[in-house]
Design a binder for this molecule. Sequence first.
Ligand SMILES: Nc1ncnc2c1ncn2[C@@H]1O[C@H](COP(=O)(O)OP(=O)(O)OP(=O)(O)O)[C@@H](O)[C@H]1O
Length: 391
Amino acid sequence: MSETTAPAQADSRGAEIELRGVTKRYPGQKKPAVDNVNLTIPDGEIVMLVGPSGCGKTTTMRMINRLIEPTDGDILIGGEDVRKKDPNELRRHIGYVIQAGGLFPHMSVADNVALVPRMLKWPSQKVSDRVDEMLSLVGLEPSQFGDRYPRQLSGGQQQRVGVARALAADPPVLLMDEPFGAVDPITRTHLQDELLALQDELSKTIVFVTHDFDEAVKLGDRIAILAQGSEIVQYDEPAAILASPANDFVRGFIGEGGAMKLLNVTRLADIELADVVATRPGADAAGVLAEVSEKETPWAVVLDESQRPVRWVSRDALADLSGDIGDAGDPVSATINGRSTVREALEVLLKSDAECVPVTVRRKYVGSVTLATVQHAINQLRERAKGGGRA
Ligand SMILES: Nc1ncnc2c1ncn2[C@@H]1O[C@H](COP(=O)(O)OP(=O)(O)OP(=O)(O)O)[C@@H](O)[C@H]1O
């Protein structure tokens, strides 16, 4: 079942969640399902819990909203001990989304979304405005979908309603237990993109359980890789885990293609770009040739007066010139934005058969990327991760 819960005041952002020595022993079980877990989930971040079946992910998550009571340890949300709160009241402040949305089948879509605001006794106009707002937020036209029943929706639509319901009372914390596990891969990708877009706006603290490491890499600000008993084998940013897996267990989760996945989560703005001479049409060719000779690449990039890259001029072309560069050289055929990932840059390099692609931020040149830049970036990310820094 999916349930939503509401915060004390409207428009809340996130809240830090802290698990201290949290243990859960189920009656009749020899080993604890969750054994002495210590984990801090920073305010406003998405933390992914990944681990094999039965390792205790769901139990860990459900102790946060007290659907399961811990045997031992403390759980704090925004510094407050969850056990000091009435469980129903607590759950109104914590959105909860499960696989397939967990909607109430006998209630319309609008009534499902309105559930917690009504429990909180919001005035009816405010409730109906909020329902419309939430449905629109998750891409469902309220007039078209509000009166339908869950069985009249596709799996992806039901999942969207589940998210709308969880967010309706604006809780600072959202718990998501394999929410996108039951939809096809294309819908899943859409839902993931929507969640990221929503999170850009809302900055909730989100705990998200998944079996899928690629989903964890895509969505997570951090990933906790769990073994039996919810033992935290590694807890770090996706790039750091990809660059430097703690052990073979983590390597097993990453699976094939770790280096490509690393390129997927690393932005050009975060790596060292190639040291290419940048110049202007009015520059003296002999002077630029001298500079180019000292650098690692045999060209200069020519920028216009707005700092946009317009042409490449090679060392050989420079050697043939006297006076200004003028309009010598070849036009820049492709540029790439600094927000793009290194993987996207690699695609551009391979597709455009350019040896070097200028990188721009707000259309201004900031550096260039070559195959050597990509290789160097991977090495650096690995070194940084091994050194304990953030990759
Ligand atoms: N109510 C219960 N009574 C006894 N044992 C339980 C109960 N619920 C869960 N367990 C056991 O606790 C362990 C952790 O279960 P949990 O559902 O938290 O794992 P999980 O990592 O979420 O698994 P999955 O990925 O398969 O959903 C498992 O061994 C499970 O069998």
